[in-house]
Ligand binder design. Structure first.
Ligand code: AHM
Ligand code: MG
Length: 344
């Protein structure tokens, strides 16, 4: 009888996201309660549901504005509101979460009576200004753990990113990809829509030490400070005559996803107009910095490791440069050299 090694057959041993996180839990032995596993399984269900709505948005009247502003003063899209509600309801129902912070909600959500020892910070639909054009968008999340008896305060999440126990994003694009770290490297999964399962397709993602792509909104150049301008000049007019290529989607999830896979650098700097940059610390900068470091790259504000920054406000912002180790080190050198000219 022939077996599947005799012909080119589809894989017969699919590693699903659930199987993967269960295995990581088993590796931790008795130290693991299974609560994080259940929480992550809950998050993957929200990703499938949001993905399905993003796909159908044009057909079921989900494009356009919802008619309200979020805490950042930005117009909320219908899909922002829907994605937020999907996340909040699923996390609340998991019973594992005592505090949530969402980009779309002004105050931290304290889940009354919850015995859950996890806090989840998230941007339910990042890059949503792109959504009506069908461009990639994504959900970003980070998870903190708190000691039993100390749950249920906003201080539970006003902690540096290095204290997160898990982080990830789901990208809704030509395929739906969930990329996750629990501090043991970074793995990427692709949604098989027929099976309704995320399948491990990118095990142990490692960022090349140097890339050839830079990803900045150079439309802000007028406002950039000297370290950023001089760094950009150095990669566009290099001595070796081989300039970097520019790629900027304007959806952090998509720009970071490409950076993790191909290498290079993504940057959203501080500038004369936005003194802390644009990206939010808790649910944009920290999760992406955690993933980047776990994939062997670096993430800095220019002068400080992003994961060391201590947030004082749940919607606080910080400058972001992340990606290949050597590329990010180059930016840091420009910050060190031109710091005096910065303030600028
Ligand atoms: P959002 O959370 O309101 O969608 O804003 C965050 C997005 C990021 O995805 C992206 O990196 C950045 O804003 C793009 O900003 P800009 O349009 O200024 O280049
Ligand atoms: Mg966002």
């Amino acid at each position: 009888m022939a077996d599947t090694t005799d012909f080119e057959a589809p894989p017969t041993d699919l590693i699903t996201l659930t199987r993967h996180i269960l295995k990581q839990q088993q590796e931790l032995g008795e130290r693991a309660s299974g609560d994080l596993t259940m929480l992550l399984v809950g998050i993957q269900v929200t990703s499938k549901y949001i993905a399905s709505n993003v796909r159908k948005a044009r057909l079921i009247n989900l494009v356009g504005l919802a008619g309200a502003e979020n805490v950042q003063g930005e117009d909320q899209k219908k899909l922002d509101v829907l994605s937020n509600d999907i996340m909040v309801n699923a996390l609340r129902a998991s019973g594992k979460v005592s505090v949530m912070v969402s980009e779309e909600i002004d105050e931290a959500i304290i889940v009354k009576g919850s015995k859950g020892t996890y806090c989840v910070v998230f941007d339910p639909l990042d890059g949503s200004s792109n959504i009506d054009a069908g461009v990639n968008v994504g959900t970003i999340f980070g998870v903190y753990k708190v000691e039993e008896g100390k749950q249920g305060t906003v201080e539970n999440v006003l902690r540096p990113g290095k204290e997160m126990v898990a982080a990830g994003y789901t990208m809704y694009g030509s395929s739906c990809n969930l990329v996750l770290t629990t501090g043991q490297g970074v793995d990427g999964f692709t949604l098989d829509e027929a099976l309704g399962e995320f399948i491990l397709t990118h095990p142990d993602i490692r960022i090349p030490d140097r890339g050839k792509i830079y990803s900045f909104n150079e439309g802000n150049s007028l406002h950039f400070y000297p370290p950023t301008l001089k760094y950009l000049e150095s990669i566009k007019y290099p001595a070796n005559g081989k300039p970097y290529s520019a790629r900027y989607i304007g959806s952090m999830v998509a720009d970071v996803h490409r950076t993790l896979l191909y290498g290079g650098i993504f940057g959203y700097p501080d500038d004369k107009k936005s003194k802390d940059g644009k990206l939010r610390m808790l649910y944009e900068a920290f999760p992406m910095a955690f993933l980047t470091e776990q994939a062997g790259g670096l993430a800095t504000t220019g002068t400080q490791r992003i994961l060391d920054v201590i947030p004082t406000n749940i919607h606080g912002r910080c400058p972001v440069f992340l990606g290949s180790k050597n590329d990010v080190e180059d930016v840091m050198k420009f910050y060190a050299e031109y710091d005096g000219e910065k303030r600028w």
